[in-house]
Design a binder for this molecule. Structure first.
Ligand SMILES: [Zn+2]
Ligand SMILES: [Zn+2]
Length: 398
């Protein structure tokens, strides 16, 4: 339901004007920063300094991060500029003058309006609401630590798996609890994937999800130094996972697909098809998805498109960002009993007091009943191999 349909005329024009300014400003910041970084590199500073200086101090991960950040920025700028050039050159070849630029603008809106406006809100609102105060609480969390692990190499593996567990737990909840879904849904709304889709998230989501990760990691004895380094790696990889099919057509990354989360895995996570919704919650290591039966490889012949399952115009930013909250509010208002009002908050999206048939788990189960093959994973093979009795495989049905 397009809840802002009535307002869409003037409201959308206002949104588009804000988008043009946001796009110009953010692109200016990105490009000028990028060029300055390169210019300084010629003088032995900039990129060169960011990579070389930490090596002298044995802070190797900082060098690696500098390289990854540069690669990421290069890819983001490349994706945006090459899309605009491609649209101007090829796809609008038959159009002339005003209609040509209108066509290009519409395509840019579909690809980048959600990300640029979401980034604007993410940057501005926390400043107004003083959410950055969150970091001041950090020392108090140290008191709940059960024990502290050292900084040896194996401790990093332990810390990373703890972190991925925290991510899986939070991300699963964000999809299965309607209230949390309202705040996570903007990230799933874009109909096109590109590197900037990582910017599309509800402004407060980063803060409360980090808080949950921090509490879990602190409880398991992970050092704050490790937490910051792991967060940096995870965020960077998480951004790369959104790379467009135009830039990286087959995102499976060869043999790596068996060990890490690839762009293909994350494309599955953004898919609307019943086979794919609510799968692949991990960011880098798919261990917990495997353990909990939510790992789903991409099947090239089964595609429906990216986005959320409700009707949505992605260039209607207000609907994209707040639509789920409004729909939840309506359901709660119309619920007859206090119990049902409360259940709407905590039950999965698609649930109503009469039926659970429209929840992601039910839709996937119904699909796998008639097409079990795509749901078979190494986990289901493993489980049927160790099972006593008939050796029949059943798909992971969540
Ligand atoms: Zn998600
Ligand atoms: Zn994503």
């Amino acid at each position: 339901m397009l809840f802002t349909k009535k307002l869409s005329g003037n409201w959308k024009i206002l949104e588009n004007v804000v988008f043009v300014f946001a796009f110009a400003y953010i692109m200016y910041q990105l490009t000028s920063g990028y060029l300055l970084y390169f210019y300084n590199s010629i003088k032995g500073k900039g990129f060169i300094e960011a990579v070389v200086a930490p090596i002298g101090k044995h802070d190797y991960y900082k060098s690696v991060m500098a390289i990854i950040i540069l690669l990421n920025a290069t890819c983001v700028l490349w994706e945006i500029l090459s899309l605009i050039l491609l649209l101007l050159k090829q796809e609008s070849g038959n159009l002339q003058g005003y209609s040509k630029y209108k066509y290009v603008f519409k395509k840019v809106l579909v690809n980048y309006k959600p990300s640029f406006l979401a980034l604007l809100i993410t940057e501005l609102l926390p400043m107004l609401l003083l959410i950055h105060m969150f970091w001041i609480w950090l020392p108090y969390f140290q008191k709940i630590r059960l024990f502290t692990i050292n900084l040896k190499w194996y401790s990093w593996i332990y810390a990373y798996l703890c972190f991925e567990f925290a991510i899986w737990l939070y991300h699963f909840g964000a999809h299965r609890v309607r209230l949390l879904w309202c705040l996570h849904a903007p990230h799933h709304s874009p109909s096109e994937l590109n590197l900037t889709v990582n910017w599309v998230s509800f402004f407060a989501e980063g803060y409360y999800s980090n808080l949950i990760y921090l509490i879990i990691l602190t409880l398991f004895g992970v050092n704050p130094v490790m937490f910051v380094a792991i967060m940096a790696l995870s965020t960077t990889w998480g951004m790369f996972a959104h790379i467009s099919e135009r830039t990286l057509k087959n995102g499976k990354l060869g043999i790596l697909q068996h060990f890490i989360i690839t762009p293909a895995h994350h494309r599955v996570h953004h898919e609307k098809h019943p086979l794919y919704i609510d799968t692949n919650f991990a960011t880098f290591v798919p261990l917990w998805d495997w353990v909990f039966g939510t790992l789903q490889p991409l099947k090239e012949d089964i595609r429906e498109g990216y986005g959320v399952r409700r009707e949505l115009d992605v260039t209607n930013f207000s609907d994209l960002y707040f639509g789920e909250i409004v729909l939840l509010y309506r359901d709660i208002k119309n619920a007859q009993t206090l119990k049902n009002k409360f259940l709407y908050l905590i039950k999965p999206p698609g649930w109503n007091p009469e039926s659970s048939a429209n929840t992601a788990a039910a839709l996937r189960r119904a699909y796998l009943k008639t097409n079990p093959a795509p749901g078979l994973t190494s986990r289901s093979t493993f489980l049927s191999a160790i099972k006593l009795g008939p050796k029949t495989q059943t798909a992971d049905q969540l």
